[in-house]
Design a protein around this ligand. Structure first.
Ligand code: NOJ
Length: 510
């Protein structure tokens, strides 16, 4: 009997240890990469200089300022167009392995068409890449992070199939111009988000801000998948032999939680699986096809609102990846919609998205902290897609811009503990982790009301000076030791001292 109790107590202690992060080896595996990211509209500013054309975000923020929490826009934002060298200094000082940034499509092709190529725009990205390489930082380039030329939007944007070939044309120009120095590309960032909130009016409307009912959203997704696949094949045919880079698409994958495992899967398939299934397995997930067909019929449509791929397209899209890239921020709690029992369909998923009251909120609307959901997601990706090499292309925590950003450090610490558990205990093939973001930036609908940077930007000062936060130092030490370090507390004198002496200076710390 005594032995049984000893075993029970031992197992409990071991369980608590594992789930709380204790007992996990907090050292990063050999070869594991840590980098950081931004996107063009969120940091560049310089919206109308050197031949840059209008993007959907210029148009949206100016015509619908009420959609942005503080009525602001990205006209100047963090001014990285002018201050990119300072950003690179910070990235280098921190010891980060890579910098993922995006290209402003309309800075290269002001109208989206190739008859007018803006050489100054290309030069800007060449300069940035050279600066990174000279400082030993790998550039990772995202071709599209939501800011397509407004001219293309006038023609229907992502709902008009013509954009597929125009995207490929644009990608070709970038591969030609930068591909000799870039080894890793992301074609499109978080496609489901642009489609879901860009072409459907609801509380979180983003550019281009069109109300295309529940039809535009899937048209957009369909064309994005085609554009991604065609770009991948074009790279294979025209550039891979000489440039030998890696391509993928950065998906949005939330951490779904539900009382019933089937509901977790449905929610996952409609979110991450919407794009991942066609690329990693072939065609849309079954549950999406059957549910959208069912709801479309109940709504009186003569065919499903989810377009169908021909057999040719299914096999053409399948396999267009070299690594699995995804962004992750928050958990979502899903429950079945009780209306469906009465034959009322309120959504294609049949689920209601919510949260659990016990979840910790952050400063950002819709951003909650639940590290275990991240760990579960990593294990789900491993099982679902045959354990591909995974790059977490974004993860981070919004706050109100506190310089002593303990919450941000805590968030990274807890999420990385889950990551290390998933890698070391469960064999998940995670290769890299990207901090969002290196500097404070324009946060879409939230404008400048929330901050994601591990380096602060003073947006009230026209020279947008950067200065370190507490997380700058924490990250620097983590990267130096290649190990997760404890979350500093108010009584952590060492960090406080280091922090205050460096904060007095402006510009990158040494
Ligand atoms: C993901 C997006 O890619 C990025 O642009 C945004 O700032 C973060 N989510 C935080 O909302």
């Amino acid at each position: 009997m005594k032995q049984v109790w000893i075993i029970v107590i031992f197992s409990y202690v071991a369980f608590v240890g594992i789930t709380s992060g204790k007992g996990v080896d907090l050292t990063f595996p050999k070869g594991f990469l840590i980098g950081t990211a931004t996107s063009s509209y969120q940091v560049e500013g310089a919206w109308n200089v050197s031949g840059r054309g209008e993007s959907v975000w210029d148009w949206f923020t100016k015509t619908k300022p009420e959609r942005i929490a503080d009525g602001s826009n990205g006209d100047t934002t963090s001014n990285s167009y002018y201050k990119y060298k300072e950003d690179v200094k910070y990235i280098k000082s921190l010891g980060l392995d890579y910098y993922r940034f995006s290209i402003s499509w309309s800075r290269i092709l002001p109208t989206g068409y190739t008859n007018q190529i803006n050489k100054d725009g290309i030069q800007y990205y060449k300069n940035l890449i050279n600066e990174l390489l000279e400082n030993g930082i790998e550039p990772i380039v995202t071709l599209y992070h939501w800011d397509h030329p407004q001219f293309l939007e006038e023609m229907g944007g992502w709902t008009n199939e013509i954009i597929v070939d125009l995207f490929v044309d644009y990608a070709r120009i970038m591969f030609k111009a930068l591909g000799d120095k870039v080894q890793r590309w992301v074609t499109i960032n978080e496609p489901t988000l642009i489609c879901r909130y860009g072409y459907y009016v609801n509380s979180l409307q983003i550019a281009p801000g069109k109300d295309l009912g529940d039809v535009g959203v899937y048209l957009c997704g369909h064309n994005i998948l085609k554009a991604h696949a065609k770009t991948y094949h074009m790279y294979d045919k025209e550039f891979r032999a000489t440039q030998n880079g890696q391509l993928s698409i950065a998906l949005q994958c939330m951490g779904y939680v539900a009382a019933d495992g089937n509901d977790v899967d449905t929610a996952f398939q409609f979110d991450c699986g919407w794009m991942a299934h066609p690329i990693y397995k072939g065609d849309y997930p079954e549950i999406m096809k059957s549910r959208v067909a069912l709801v479309s019929k109940a709504q009186g449509y003569s065919r499903s609102r989810l377009p169908r791929f021909s057999k040719k397209w299914i096999s053409y899209i399948k396999g267009t990846w070299d690594y699995f890239a995804f962004n992750h921020y928050t958990p979502v709690y899903v429950t079945r919609d009780p209306d469906e029992r009465k034959g009322i369909y309120n959504s294609d998923t049949g689920l209601i998205n919510g949260i659990l009251p016990s979840w910790e909120a952050s400063a950002g609307i819709g951003f909650y902290v639940l590290p275990s959901a991240f760990g579960d997601l990593l294990r789900k990706l491993k099982d679902e897609y045959d354990n591909p090499p995974v790059w977490i292309t974004e993860n981070g925590c919004p706050d109100h811009g506190e310089i002593e950003d303990y919450n941000r450090i805590r968030y990274h610490y807890l999420y990385l503990t889950e990551l290390l558990k998933a890698v070391k205990r469960d064999g998940c093939n995670v290769k890299a982790y990207t901090i969002w973001s290196i500097i404070d930036l324009f946060e879409w609908n939230s404008g400048f009301t929330v901050k994601f940077g591990i380096v602060s930007v003073d947006f009230d000062d026209p020279s947008t000076p950067r200065s370190p936060k507490l997380s700058t130092y924490w990250w620097k030490n983590v990267i130096k030791s290649r190990k997760l370090l404890p979350i500093p507390t108010n009584s952590s004198m060492m960090l406080k001292k280091e922090f205050s002496s460096c904060h007095a200076r402006s510009g990158p710390f040494s």
